[in-house]
Design a protein around this ligand. Sequence first.
Ligand code: ADP
Length: 979
Amino acid sequence: MLPEILALAGRTLAADAYSVWQYDDATGIWSVAARVGLSDEYVAAAMTAIRGNTATVSLDAPIVAEDIERTAWLTPEHRKAHAADGTRSMMALPLHYGERVLGTLVVYYGEPRSFSESEKSTAMLLANLAAAAIGTAELYQAQRRLAEDQRFVAEASELLASSLDYETTLSNLATLAVPRFADWCAIDMVGDDGSIHRLTVAHVDPEKVRWAQDLADQYPPDTSAPYGVPNVIRTQEPELFREIPDDLLREATADTPELYAILEALGLNSSMCVPLVARGRALGAITFVSAESGRRYEEADLATAQDLARRAAISVDNARLFREAEGSRREAQESLAVVDAVFAAAPVGLAFMDTSFRYVRVNEALAAMNGLPSEEHSGRTLRDVLGEDLASEIEPLHSQVLESGEPILDRYVEQALPTAPGETRNWLVGYYPVLDADENTIGVGVVITDVSEREQARAAAERAGARLAVLAEASQTLASTLDYESTLASLASLLVPRFADWYAVDIVDENGLFRRLAVVHSDPAKSEWAEKSRDLYPPDLEEDEGTGRAVRTGEAVLYRTISDELLASSTKDAAHNEILHQLGMASAMVVPLTAAGRTFGGLMLVSSDPARLYDEDDLEFAKHLGRRAAVAVDNARLYRAAEERARAAIVVEHVADGVLLVDQDEIIRLWNPAAEHITGLAAAETVGRSTAEVFSPWKTIAELAERGEPRPETQPVEINGRELWLSITGVGFEGGTVYAFRDLTAERAVEKLKSDFVSTVSHELRTPLAAIYGAALTLRREDVPLGEPQRMGLLEVIASESDRLARIVNDILWASRLESGTMQTTIQRCDGVAIARSVVDAARHYIPPSIELAIKAPKKAPLVAADPDKARQVLTNLVDNAVKYSPDGGRVIVEITVEGPQLRYAVHDDGLGVPPLEHRRIFEKFYRLDPDLTRGVGGTGLGLYISRGLLERMGGRIWVESSGTGGSTFLAELPIAAD
Ligand code: ADP
């Protein structure tokens, strides 16, 4: 439109240059809207200059400057600008449109000139035409914009209503605004925390959008600035900058000069910022900026923008409200779903009951407990589902919760399930009030937790603890004494009735026979039955079940439940069965008592209570107990054995018999003191040596044990260079042989003497008898004539041999009297010397000529207290022996001395003598030195025995002194008689 006006002016007014100035009546600013033939410099300078022009020029008529240099109403700057452009004169024609001044149409000339009236009126005409055209065009444009804006608002409104996704919607809104309503459109939103963030920036050029976004990121708005988005949001008041003054830009970018350069380059023209306010809250702000379009926002545009902002705010608010509602609805739905899931899958029983004890809802766990599908619970009452008894127990609890509004928590209940009536389980039950939104109690919530396992675990732990305690106590009891019989019995107090109703311990011996050590019943009335069962029906090794089996197999047996059949099959007869029935056998355990690999008994624990059935844990406990008991018994036995051995050792030590232990290698291992005494060999000399080294010969002794006869046998054996007669027995055992022996050497000698005596006596008797018999026969012969001397000689033989016979018989008689204690002695004062003289005188009659017999006696000797016959007998014996055992002749002297209170007779001879070792033994009965030592001199071995016996009875004594050769001296003493 304006270029056409300028072209028309050029054709009609023939000027050098033309322009249309526009006047903004809102701001009072003049600006060049179109031009021909004017330099940019002029336009810029003129536009600046005109602002500083304070002159008032009438715009009713053409304004002329015929010589610009001299035109006063132009400012010097303006004049200078004209001069620079070569303009010397000009004419400005006001453009009126109705009352409004739209601007001026200006024509310029290079020469000063005067304008004629006709020129002026032609120009005015032109101006009026142009003004009319501009005005109409403006009007039309305004209308079109209005229409466009309205369409924009309509479209925007539609857009805003289209979606609940307000972020996208607002972005679309911004895009919609560009370029129809603005060159730039930015939307900022207030976050939950009050911070402002840019939601969107729109521009036709996507490049610029990115750039603007970067800018916004880089230069966040100063929230405290007195204008701009933060201010609008803060104050909820819109801002309108019809134009964006340079000062404002500079001020706004005082801290960031580079931003200023950018903004200046953007050519920002006009801007509006309107708050998004809903329900009194600023949600954000929309900023419209015009730049390259040159659009200037007016109040009307601001109104449009505000209208748009209001709609947008409502839309955002709605979207947000919806979103919140949606969110909370979803949340509610989600939480309901969670509750449902938990309710359904909870391992605890859950139920909701109404106020009239009816099930409203139950979960699967509870339904399973009740044994009724969950859906079949609804509407049913407690009574319907649980039955009268249980319901009448539970209803008061529901009532209590409903009335008090207080929960009942963790009620502990032991109850079998209707689905499994046999099995008592443990429950924790809670009842709590269920309230509606108005806090009214609308029912009862029930939570049932099955704590059976927990309870069982707790009970098991408790039982285990108790078992441990018992084991500890049992160990102590068992270790406290070695008397295992009483200990095993005392275990009962630990076990009955805590672990068993009755208890029995049986021990089996080597022959497989059971002996009852203990049987204890918790019920004293039944104890007797228990005893009876064991006395009458002891276990036996062959039995299929029970103690016999456990001992036979060495394995523990658990009878968790004892059926009648089992009982019947393992009892011996009806009476036995009856006894066990009486005792009550619900469950039992038998454990073998095994120690050192040997099973020697069984321990039985019995429960008569069907509620107490033994399980593997109990069996394990019983095994432990059994092991400990077995070890205790074994220890006690070992101790006993050791004690017995110790006692045996003492016996061996003190026994009078010689005892020796010989091992399998025939090495002597034990040699007791009696053996030492008998043999004269110390243990140190024999232990460790072979038997053959000690005993000679050993073979015959070893044969004794091999024969396996415990009968002692008497054998001669040489030990330590001596011959001993030992009565010996030998008993073999796995480790060797034990021999016991007794020294029978002396007895053996006596035996020998006895047999010798018999032969001696027979011989001694036969000799005189033969002589007497021979003499008598000779005397009787009539064919042989005997002279008197011969006859007298024979008679003499008869007489002396008879005498000898009489003495032998006498000796035997006296010996037996001494032995039997029937020897009579009559002690009297008598002359010991006279007795000796008479004995010597008598002996002179029969001693051989080779013997010289003498007596030496003090002239005066005291009397002795003695039996004179017995004293004469003693002296006769001594003198006879002296003569007898001097076969080679010699002197026999009887010497009498007074030795203190005794009268001593010493009978010396030069005969065979007596070896010192035999000095004592020759006085023993029948003892005679062997024939070599006596050179065959006969005798009975009684003479000295009798002599000693007689002297002892008279208070005297007898002994011998002899080196063994060269004679001997026998000494006899008799007490001197008191005055
Ligand atoms: P007997 O003379 O009858 O044998 P005795 O009792 O009188 O019995 O003597 C016991 C033994 O003592 C004798 O056998 C003899 O060996 C020994 N005896 C006794 N008197 C003498 C003696 N004077 N000289 C040597 N030996 C004697």
